[in-house]
Design a protein around this ligand. Sequence first.
Ligand code: GNR
Ligand code: NI
Length: 189
Amino acid sequence: MAIREIIEIPDPRLKAISTRVEVFDDELRTLVADMFETMYAAPGIGLAAIQVGVPQRVLVIDLQPDDPDAEPEECTAHGDHKHTHQPVKRTPRVFINPEILDPSEEFNVYSEGCLSVPEIYADVERPARIRARWQDLDGTVQEEAIDGLLATCLQHEMDHLEGILFIDHLSRLKRQMALKKLEKLRKAA
Ligand code: GNR
Ligand code: NI
């Protein structure tokens, strides 16, 4: 396994339309393993293959990215009462060739961020509930009703497959403000 470089705006590859996966082989397994390692290291809760420069319809998501091998941490943040925090269990999920079926008319607003648009956060509205259909690493078709943060994250990742970033959902003014802020942060760094 290897951590791969995450590409950032304005890299033109982020605008590419990713192609469907047709072959479920060891190369795909290596790509997915590397994507998980890259996502956990970032850290992030999702990653599309194009973010590591691979224009294929492959996504990984884990809404609970804490390290499962970590020792329980001693915590004294709540006064002198000492206790330990058990790290959150990882729940890695892979989505290959994902599709959205019947999105709800109800929308959710979530303050989104993106590893390819570092340190910028903005509210984005998306359908609150969807049915999703995708293939797993064996090529088997899966289907599931999805809501909450997973629905938001899956739609954010699926946008990447069409070359769309979360800032593309903002008004022109808000997008320009976000890009100015990023430019400023980069100059300061
Ligand atoms: O780590 C991420 N957090 C996040 C927060 C709200 C909505 C979507 C996301 S996905 C993002 C990682 C990323 O850039 N995936 O493409
Ligand atoms: Ni993203």
